[in-house]
Design a protein around this ligand. Structure first.
Ligand SMILES: Nc1ncnc2c1ncn2[C@@H]1O[C@H](COP(=O)(O)OP(=O)(O)OP(=O)(O)O)[C@@H](O)[C@H]1O
Length: 226
């Protein structure tokens, strides 16, 4: 399935530490089908964030290959990888990483303008996305004036702003209380399903993982069914 949105082929990554070489990933294989939502559930320190960084072209593997929409990323220049990241991939982190001096709307507009969307169209999409997350009327609030759940909703809207094919999320509701986490996570899943985005979502929460299409884990640096 060469045109799957995301495919990892024998991906390996090791780090040099004071204690010696640490082989974190040793041959990770994963294919995300179009619109498929996969939970990545694995103990702390087994390489979930490392895997997401490689899948998102933020880092390069020591061996193996990452394919985005069938295109091998390894041979591409950093600029070409940045362009793919901007157009094809959305990221959500545990902490929202919103720009504090910009409003909610501007935080969703900026990645679109970086992608050459005209401002008016970007604003329209930002308003629609924010409204779909229940944030109508709060578009002009800065992150500091929003609750934790609202901030995370803005971060999800921002990740979806450029209509990516792939969403990568690292504990996207991990800093919220249980009730808010359940709500925001449900909204994230609904948005991802509604837009047909393929998603790889790391979580420690088995109840959240059970709401996805498939669960995988990491064992000895490889991806296995969870
Ligand atoms: N840049 C780095 N240099 C050295 N070691 C690193 C580096 N990045 C990650 N590691 C190590 O690689 C291992 C995997 O880290 P990673 O952050 O991918 O795990 P994780 O499964 O996401 O953990 P958590 O659930 O705690 O976030 C850890 O032992 C970590 O200390």
């Amino acid at each position: 399935m060469s045109d799957a949105p995301l495919r990892l082929e024998a991906v390996a990554r090791r780090f040099r530490t004071e204690a010696g070489e640490l082989p974190v990933l040793t041959g990770a294989e994963l294919t995300l089908a179009a619109g498929e939502i996969v939970a990545l559930v694995a103990p702390s320190g087994t390489g979930k964030s490392t895997l997401l960084h490689l899948a998102g072209l933020l880092e390069r593997p020591d061996a193996g290959e990452v394919f985005v929409a069938g295109r091998a990323a390894g041979t591409l220049s950093d600029d070409a990888r940045t362009a793919i990241r901007r157009t094809e991939i959305g990221f959500v982190y545990q902490f929202h990483h919103l720009l504090p001096e910009f409003t909610a709307e501007e935080n969703v507009v900026l990645p679109q303008m970086a992608n050459r969307t005209p401002r008016a169209a970007a604003q329209e999409r930002a308003r629609q996305l924010l409204a779909s997350f229940g944030l109508a009327g709060r578009e002009h609030h800065r992150p500091g004036r929003l609750s934790g759940g609202e901030q995370q909703r803005v971060a999800i809207a921002r990740a979806l702003a450029n209509a990516p094919k792939i969403l990568l999320a690292d504990e996207p509701t991990g800093n919220l209380d249980t009730g808010t986490s359940d709500l925001v996570f449900g909204e994230l899943l609904a948005a991802v399903r509604g837009q047909g985005v393929a998603a790889l979502i790391a979580t420690h929460n088995p109840a959240l993982a059970a709401r996805m299409d498939r669960v995988v884990t990491l064992r000895d640096g490889c991806i296995v069914p969870g």
